[in-house]
Structure formats: C-alpha cells, structure tokens
Ligand binder design. Structure first.
Ligand SMILES: NC(=O)c1ccc[n+]([C@@H]2O[C@H](COP(=O)([O-])OP(=O)(O)OC[C@H]3O[C@@H](n4cnc5c(N)ncnc54)[C@H](OP(=O)(O)O)[C@@H]3O)[C@@H](O)[C@H]2O)c1
Length: 322
C-alpha cells in the first residue's frame, strides 16, 4: 500500500532568502472537524510568510520543517470535514488556513479553517489573496468602530491589508485618508481614499488636507508612526495598530492574531464577496507567479512600492483546460 498520498507543494526545509523555497512532494493534508480541503487555484503571499521563511518571525522556531508557506488560498472544495454545513465538494471558496498552523496554502491541496463562497465577480487570483487581509481589515474596522460619517486615516493604504481596509471603510460610509508614496497616490485615490504621503511630518500634512480633523487612525504599516497618529486623532484610544508591538506602551490597541476560530470568522469574507458582486470591492493583485516560481513571488512581495497583493497560481488540475 502507498503511504499517504503525496501532493505538490511549495516548501522550505531551512530558513533563509527566497531561494530556499522549492516545489516538491508533500503528504496530502485532510480536513478536520469544521474545516474544508480545497484543490488550490491561487494562494496569496503575506508578510508573515516572508518572516517565517527568513527565520525572523518569533514563530519560526516552532515550525516543523519542511514547511509549506501561505495562509490564504482559494480553490474548489474536495473534502468536507465533520460539522461543516452549507458547503459541499465542488463549491468554489476562498479563505484562510488555521493561522496557528502558520502555513499550508501554497500547495496542490490546502485545508481552510474559515472561508466563504467565491463570487463569480472575483478572479481566482483575487480570491486567493483575500482571506487574512479582508479578515484583518474587517476586525480592525470593527474594533475601531468605523461607521458612516467617520473620518479614518489609514497608514499604509496601498499594501495587502491597507488596500482592502480603505475600500471596506469607504463601503461603511466613512471618509478615508490613506497614506502612501507619491507614486501610489493615484492608486490610493482609486481605492476610495484621499491620498497623503507617509513618513515624518504626517500630522502637519493631514491637518493641511483635512478640515474638521481625523476621528480614528489605523496603523497598518507598523512603521513607527503611532505617536504621530495619536497627535492627529488627539487620543491613543482612537488609534489601532495591526503591526506595531509598541502599541500597548502608548495606550494604543493592537489587533494581532485575531483571525478565524471565532463564530463570526466568516462575516468579513462574506461581506467582501457581496461587495465584490456589487462592483464596490476588489482585491488589488500586483503580480501573479506560478507556484514553481515561489522564490520570485516572495522577493517581489518584499519590495515596494506595493499595490495590493502578490499571488501564487496553481497549475490547473486538468493539465491546461480552465
Ligand atoms: N493583525 C494581523 O493579524 C495581521 C494580518 C495581516 C497582516 N498583518 C501585518 O500588517 C502589516 C501590513 O500587512 P500588509 O499585508 O498590508 O503588508 P504589505 O502588503 O507589505 O504592505 C505594507 C504597506 O506599508 C506601506 N509602508 C511602507 N513603509 C511605510 C511607512 N514608513 N509609513 C507608512 N506606510 C508604509 C507600504 O507602502 P510601499 O510599498 O509603497 O512602501 C505598503 O502599503 C504587516 O506587518 C503584517 O505582518 C497583521
């Protein structure tokens, strides 16, 4: 008898630069209770993937090697775990792995812990990149209390989470100001935000730009701007970070690792899917690489200027027909 069936997977067996990534055989995973397994069509590349691969993440030390990178994926369900209702094999879905596993998406098959139906309006590449960005942005906007009439500053508006957060905040009826490099200002404006340059002096630039002041600020870049964001909003209680561990020292809330595993874990994805169908939301994808070129994808994701996500595309299961 064969051992557990093998699939192809992007993987690394030592920490290091993007070149440690290779494609090879790996035992197939299976859906546990409350999970689905998908035949992957596309998998996003997230900053956490780069940090885990390079060995700079605090979690790198607890990774069993070899490790499959990737937390976000979209594909076609081919295995449904116990206790899953409303989904069946053949359904097209997008979502994310159990983030405590720190990977597993960049492979032929991936097990998703939270997901939603992929709407026809979303390409596979968009859907594969959406999971944790949408979920993180949704939770951050909820935590901040962004609603109709809020004026929100998003620091780091052009990347994976920022490009999604801007659109979701605008869809709530908020007025959004988004920071980015000058060459990204037109992109940020298309997302629905008033662009402003990031970096030192942000408070003065925002004051000059926005009459009436800023109600709330979301730090996505983790680039050391928290003091300036507090000055802009007037209080640390109106600032939230998803990327700066010094937040709590300054009285700023930090929203880290709060993905999935909660009863409402699907609401962000389902809402994004509905907005996509209405033509009010897209996941910006700046580059797509086949999984065999994962090293190039990781190198690209590490470089600015960023406009949304870098995505890995799986080879079609039928050898080319779509
Ligand atoms: N809380 C969570 O669970 C969670 C989930 C996902 C991500 N994150 C974290 O959130 C952070 C952002 O994730 P992401 O996927 O959006 O990353 P990303 O795609 O790499 O985007 C980073 C963004 O920050 C901008 N940026 C760079 N330097 C900046 C500066 N000095 N000031 C303001 N903005 C600056 C980049 O613009 P340019 O490229 O133009 O420089 C880009 O828009 C990462 O640290 C990630 O680990 C947390």
């Amino acid at each position: 008898m064969f051992p557990d069936a093998e699939m192809f997977a992007v993987q690394f067996d030592r920490f290091g630069p993007p070149e440690v990534l290779m494609v090879g055989g790996f035992p197939e995973p299976h859906a546990g209770p409350g999970e689905v397994r998908v035949r992957v069509r596309a998998a996003g590349v997230a900053p956490v993937d780069l940090a885990l691969r390079s060995g700079t993440s605090p979690s790198s030390g607890r990774l069993p090697l070899p490790h499959i990178p990737g937390v976000d994926a979209a594909g076609v369900i081919d295995e449904v775990g116990a206790d899953v209702t409303g989904f069946a094999t053949g359904d097209e879905v997008f979502g994310a792995v159990d983030v405590s596993r720190l990977g597993g998406a960049a492979a032929e098959f991936a097990v998703l812990a939270f997901w939603a139906a992929k709407p026809p309006s979303m390409s596979w590449e968009e859907a594969g990149a959406a999971g944790t960005s949408v979920e993180t942005a949704t939770r951050a906007l909820d935590r901040l209390g962004v609603r109709v009439g809020t004026t929100l500053l998003v620091d780091g508006a052009s990347g994976g989470v920022g490009s999604v957060a801007v659109q979701l905040a605008a869809a709530r009826g908020a007025r959004v100001i988004g920071t980015g490099r000058p060459e990204n200002h037109a992109f940020i404006a298309r997302l629905g935000a008033v662009p402003v340059s990031y970096g030192p002096g942000l408070a003065e630039r925002v004051r000059a730009l926005v009459a009436g002041g800023i109600d709330l600020a979301l730090d996505i870049a983790g680039a050391g701007s928290l003091r300036e964001l507090i000055a802009i909003t007037g209080t640390p209680a109106s600032v939230l970070t998803i990327a700066d561990f010094t937040g709590p020292e300054l009285g700023v809330g930090i929203s880290l690792g709060e993905l999935g595993g909660e009863p409402d874990g699907r609401h962000g994805l389902a809402l994004a899917a509905a907005l996509s169908e209405e033509g009010r939301f897209r996941v910006p994808v700046r580059a797509v690489f086949p999984m065999a070129r994962a090293a190039e994808a990781h190198a690209a994701a590490a470089r600015g200027p960023r406009q949304g996500k870098v995505v890995l595309a799986a080879p079609p299961a039928d050898g080319g027909r779509d």
